[in-house]
Ligand binder design. Structure first.
Ligand code: GLU
Length: 507
């Protein structure tokens, strides 16, 4: 294959439901490869299986790519010169290729009805339509030429199946796995064209990859067993020179490493597996997604990128530009990558810390609105955010971490400090409130020096007074540095809080 070939890759989901994180990773790796090589990233909707079509699923895919920032260069909504980009709209192009394969002796008409096939399956649980039994079944290989002709002329329902060689090997170089070889005799005669005239995935994927001039196929490892069928089709349709290079991505595994991560594992273990919330229209059941759980798209993408890929260093945090420039297929692992939800949360935490306040503020404003907090200046909210960011795993954690900046504590966790309370401590806080009022500068470091100096003068211990001070401002024993809290709250508010909390310590 010529190295000059223009890079054109495609993400080819079937619109059958929510998008699994493995699907998004496939889209991401396609995108990274295209961007890294200055090529094109294409979205093709593979909707030939009408029985599995789910309304709303295509819109969901678009929204998901949009949220992740993986904008296709060509797609159903933004067609380029290779459309249509929905397989159901390309219907008419497929039959001729199936017929061509029949004429060339590489495929055949099969007249077995669904009921007959069902019967065979009942009799023989491992029944496969293959070179071993095809001459005993009802098809153009087993029937006399005239019988076949007649059945076709009568419009008898039929499929077209590939004729897999009984004894051959299909070998190819996978960009990730290296040399891979399959015995053709072990692969069944897949249906290429269904009785309703629609192509199956196997035929459509090859015809479309050819027509759309796809140069590289990045797809999940679950498609590896189909590769020999696809490669034979490329060869037998006479397109070998144009065949894309293959890259089968390692699976994303359950946290314990035992098998592929499924939606059910997420339900069972309490974490999302879909990119965004998905509601099943039939059952009304909603499956949670990473977006709604509070993941930043940057964190989600970063986490997916390193599930099966690394840049050869210890670096784990990457933004999309870095991913584009560093992405290389050589560094995609062959082994499955275990999904670790705690690690996913760590990525989100890191990204919240890293992201500019201005980008998060709209979401924080929303939380404040929901909590009925009105009219706080953006500077104030931003100051609070800067302080509590360190403690947030999700954006929604903001309220839990920061509510005391917006509402006066309703209760004070004084149980542990009360037994050791005394008149000296009351006096200390009364004095400190009035002394604070006279301070001109209101900066955390000055406050700390001043506060600690006063403790030293009083002869009491730092530990005895620091925790009560925190409780007065916060209501509990948590939160960031108490002097930083005091700085953000402002002088008046701090003094008012000390004075109104004191009775709870003395009663
Ligand atoms: N339509 C297939 C899917 O749903 C695409 C597989 C491929 O990329 O060849 O994953």
């Amino acid at each position: 294959m010529s190295s000059q070939r223009k890079v054109r890759v495609r993400f080819a989901p079937s619109p059958t439901g929510g998008l699994h994180l493995g699907g998004v990773r496939t889209a991401l790796f396609n995108y990274l490869y295209a961007r890294h090589h200055g090529g094109e990233f294409i979205l093709r909707i593979e909707d030939t299986d009408q029985t599995r079509f789910v309304p709303g699923a295509e819109e969901y895919i678009n929204e998901c790519l949009n949220w992740c920032g993986l904008t296709p260069d060509e797609s159903p909504n933004n067609p380029g010169g290779f459309g249509p980009y929905r397989q159901s709209e390309r219907k008419t192009s497929y039959r001729q290729y199936a017929e061509q394969l029949v004429n060339d002796g590489f495929a055949y008409y099969a007249f077995d009805t669904a009921e007959e096939l069902e019967e065979h399956r009942k009799e023989e649980p491992n029944f496969r339509y293959s070179h071993e039994n095809r001459l005993k079944l009802r098809n153009s290989l087993s029937l006399a030429k005239e019988d076949t002709k007649k059945l076709l002329a009568d419009g008898h329902p039929h499929t077209i199946r590939i004729k897999m060689p009984a004894d051959d090997t299909v070998a190819f170089d996978d960009m990730i796995r290296g040399r891979v070889a399959f015995e053709t005799g072990l692969v069944d005669d897949k249906v290429l064209l269904k009785a309703d005239g629609m192509p199956t995935y196997h035929l459509a994927v090859v015809v479309d990859d050819m027509a759309m001039e796809i140069s590289h196929v990045f797809r999940g490892e679950e498609w590896l067993p189909s590769a020999p069928v696809h490669i034979l089709l490329w060869e037998r349709l006479g397109w070998k020179e144009k065949m894309p290079q293959w890259a089968h991505l390692p699976l994303i595994l359950k946290p314990d490493g035992n098998g592929k991560l499924s939606k059910r594992d997420g339900d069972r273990l309490g974490f999302p597996v879909y990119a965004m919330n998905w509601t099943d229209a039939k059952t009304g059941v909603e499956t949670k997604g990473f977006r709604e759980m509070g993941f930043l798209s940057e964190a989600f993408i970063n986490m997916l990128a390193v599930l099966g890929w690394n840049d050869g260093t210890e670096q784990e945090i990457f933004n999309i530009e870095e991913l584009v420039s560093k992405f290389s297929v050589d560094r995609i692992g062959k082994a499955g990558a275990k999904f670790d939800f705690e690690k996913a949360k760590w990525f989100n935490h890191e990204w919240i810390k890293k992201t500019d306040n201005s980008e998060i503020l709209p979401q924080i404003e929303e939380i404040l609105n929901q909590q009925g907090v009105s009219s706080q200046s953006l500077d104030y909210v931003s100051g609070v955010l800067a302080l509590v960011k360190e403690r947030m795993i999700f954006i929604k954690d903001f309220w839990e971490q920061a509510s005391f900046f917006f509402t006066v504590p309703e209760s004070y966790d004084v149980e542990a400090v009360k037994p050791k309370w005394n008149e000296n401590k009351t006096t200390f806080f009364k004095n400190i409130a009035s002394e604070f009022r006279t301070m001109e500068e209101w900066i955390a470091s000055d406050l700390e020096l001043f506060f600690k100096g006063k403790i030293a003068e009083s002869g009491m211990k730092i530990g005895e007074l620091m925790m009560p001070f925190r409780i007065m401002l916060v209501g509990g024993k948590f939160g960031p540095d108490v002097f930083e809290i005091a700085e953000v709250l402002g002088k008046d508010e701090v003094c008012v809080r000390i004075e109104s909390a004191l009775p709870y310590f003395t009663q």
